[in-house]
Design a protein around this ligand. Structure first.
Ligand code: ADP
Ligand code: MG
Length: 350
């Protein structure tokens, strides 16, 4: 179990900054998910931790040690990529034991012990009996489990996984997700898991690191990040969201010249954007609320997601309702968000 500390790391590729000034502390034994859209710098950060790239500036510590001076091999990390990087000409067992077999003689365990450890790992990833198969004779999910067993075989100080289930279909991915969490809880490796799938990250990780454009936007537990996003980006990237321009005046929120029944005693006066979750609303009567006309409606799981045009051309929002509302002028709905957040409008003062 190894703490990892990323300190003010910057990474440029021919002067193009892929990571700006990234600092992150990962606790020993933690399962961390790096989550962000494509191109946000997740793989770059993971490769820097692995030692496959070196930072343009900044440092990475494993425990008390500055890892920058160490080679990839000496860092002793287990790495699993999205594409199954198994050796085609080797059996499952030989694939798993590869990292041990190529060790220098002084640190290489005896043959029998290597075999024993590989067989144990095969059981751990629930592929007992398949040791003589070749990668082509396995399903995608089975191959990724072999890849994981191979990464674990070297008894890594940290386990790094780059979208390991990205190429698999949704059902298999869900199973492997659960299974990875179980393996992690049993083996206790410090694990960094890259994904662009928020559902996967929310379900799997102890903490999420949300990335955008080469920067860390927010670090927190799944609950913290989902319930208290610290920016409009995080609010809309994690989970479903609706947003609407509002005015703060007399410690109240106003939309289109009408108070909507939400008090904001702390917010600065002026324009802002109101964010809420489509499922986190209540239908209300009376004046002080948001009201809109249904412009579209579709099924989302067990509920109806309804798109509303808020009066006076204020914008479109989505809310979830337990029953259908056909689109049309006569379908007016009055509601209020139960939980919400205000963010300053980009470019506005303050
Ligand atoms: P992610 O894994 O989140 O999709 P990456 O870390 O792969 O993002 O990439 C971050 C940015 O750095 C992207 O703009 C990408 O094009 C750039 N980048 C990554 N690797 C290289 C490289 N070897 N050479 C040049 N640019 C790169
Ligand atoms: Mg990537």
């Amino acid at each position: 179990m190894e703490d990892i500390s990323v300190r003010h790391v910057r990474k440029e590729f021919s002067r193009y900054p892929a990571l700006h000034d990234v600092s992150l502390d990962i606790e020993g034994g933690e399962l961390i998910a790096l989550l962000g859209p494509s191109g946000s710098g997740k793989t770059t950060l993971l490769r820097l931790i692995a030692g496959l790239e070196s930072p343009t500036a900044g440092q990475i510590f494993f425990g008390e040690e500055d890892a920058s001076a160490k080679s990839v091999q000496d860092r002793n990390v287990g790495f699993v990529f999205q594409a199954y990087a198994l050796f085609r000409n080797m059996t499952v067992l030989d694939n798993i034991s590869f990292g041990l077999r190529v060790r220098p003689r002084q640190t290489r365990p005896p043959k029998e012990e290597i075999r024993k450890r590989a067989m144990e790992l095969l059981e751990l990833v629930q592929l007992g009996g398949l040791e003589k198969r070749y990668p082509q004779q396995l399903s995608g999910g089975q191959r990724q489990r072999v890849a994981l067993a191979r990464a674990l075989a070297i008894e890594p100080r940290v386990l790094l996984l780059d979208e390991p289930f990205g190429a698999l279909d949704a059902q298999v991915r869900k199973e492997l997700r659960k299974w990875l969490r179980e393996i992690h809880d049993r083996t206790g490796h410090t694990t960094v898991f890259v994904t662009h799938d928020q559902e996967e990250a929310l379900e799997l990780a102890d903490r999420l690191v949300v990335m955008s454009q080469g920067r860390i936007e927010q670090v927190g537990t799944p609950d913290e990040v989902y319930d208290r996003p610290n920016s409009p980006f995080v609010f809309s990237f994690i989970g479903e969201s609706s947003a609407l321009p509002v005015t703060v005046e007399n410690k109240q929120l106003w939309v289109g010249g009408r108070a909507i029944g939400l008090a904001a005693p702390e917010a600065p006066e002026g324009v802002a954007r109101l964010y809420f979750r489509p499922h986190d609303v209540e239908l209300v009567e009376g004046q002080a609320c948001l009201a809109g006309v249904v412009v579209a409606s579709r099924r989302v799981g067990g509920t109806r997601r309804v798109e509303l045009e808020i009066g006076g051309d204020q914008g479109l929002v989505e809310i979830d309702l337990p029953f259908d509302h056909p689109a049309g002028e006569k379908s007016r709905i009055a509601f209020r968000p139960k939980r919400w957040q205000l963010f300053p409008v980009a470019g506005a003062a303050g």
